[in-house]
Design a protein around this ligand. Structure first.
Ligand SMILES: C[S@@+](CC[C@H](N)C(=O)[O-])C[C@H]1O[C@@H](n2cnc3c(N)ncnc32)[C@H](O)[C@@H]1O
Length: 262
């Protein structure tokens, strides 16, 4: 009997889920009656080209949660057909780099980074691949320099809490104004195998909560906790398992009364 099956026999589901057991993936595997495209269209009302690029992929594997597809399009579509400098953390088989190349177009500068040297095999196919760790400041800085700056970042790397935070703190200051920083698979924030846990201090959503407080520092006067991010983070979006930070100059808020007061 496999270890996973044995674990399922002796430990309650709640424990296996909180640990981040590999069985979690299976719990959410798509078993609907519709095909993948119909499922995404019917649930999320999204029928854009990115959906076709995903479902019609016959190249290296791309593994995505269905609800991510419209979210990607919502935040990344402004860069399509432009000379966007796009960096993906986590290359694996190179399937997503291929999808992004088709989505953003030939003018895009697409780089992927991965700790696994085997990912070097897909270097130069849909984008440039550099080998190193997402928590290594010198490595990431050198990659961004080679890219000539960065406009959009997608963190689909280790999904470990400490790595997500390190990459964000290294890369967000390097992001261009108007840039997008997206982190996916944040269900791992609730799984101990990834350094997270429900209500645990290291859960990345606690960090996001700090950013929300920083954004509103004008109104409570406590110290900004993460100035490297908060000084230029203009909005924070939370979706199921995805966080998006937009970068723009922040101004002290101000208000006016215009018109005749009663
Ligand atoms: C989920 S896969 C990426 C999948 C790819 N983005 C796709 O959609 O096809 C995660 C990748 O992160 C890489 N990874 C794990 N730890 C890392 C680290 N510390 N730095 C960079 N990459 C890492 C793994 O080697 C793996 O290839």
């Amino acid at each position: 009997m496999k270890i996973k099956t044995l674990a399922g026999k002796f430990f309650p589901d709640s424990l296996l889920i909180s640990l981040g057991s590999n069985n979690n993936g299976r719990r959410f595997g798509f078993e609907g009656e519709l095909n993948v495209k119909q499922d995404i269209v019917s649930k999320y009302g999204f029928d854009g080209e990115l959906l076709d690029l995903f479902v019609e992929n016959r190249g290296p594997a791309v593994h995505k949660w269905h609800h991510y597809i419209p979210i990607y399009d919502r935040y990344f579509s402004k860069f399509r057909g432009k000379k966007v400098r796009f960096l993906e953390i986590g290359v694996s088989d190179g399937g997503s780099l291929q999808m992004w190349r088709k989505y953003f177009g030939e003018d895009a500068v697409i780089f992927g980074v991965d700790i696994d040297p085997r990912c070097g095999n897909v270097n130069g196919i849909s984008g440039q691949v550099r080998i190193g760790s997402q928590d290594d400041p010198k490595f990431l800085e050198a990659v961004v320099e080679e890219m000539g700056g960065v406009d959009a970042i997608l963190d689909d790397g280790s999904h470990r809490m400490n790595h997500i935070r390190s990459s964000l703190e290294i890369l967000f200051p390097k992001l261009a104004d108007g840039g997008i920083y997206m982190i996916e698979d944040l269900h791992t924030a609730y799984w101990r195998r990834f350094g997270g846990g429900y209500r645990s201090k290291a859960n990345f959503f606690n960090y996001v909560s700090d950013l929300v407080e920083d954004m509103h520092h004008w109104y409570h006067m406590h110290k900004i906790k993460h100035p490297a991010i908060s000084d230029s983070c203009s909005s924070i979006h939370i979706h199921d398992s995805i966080v998006i930070l937009e970068k723009a100059k922040n101004y002290k808020p101000t208000h006016s009364v215009i018109g005749v007061q009663g």
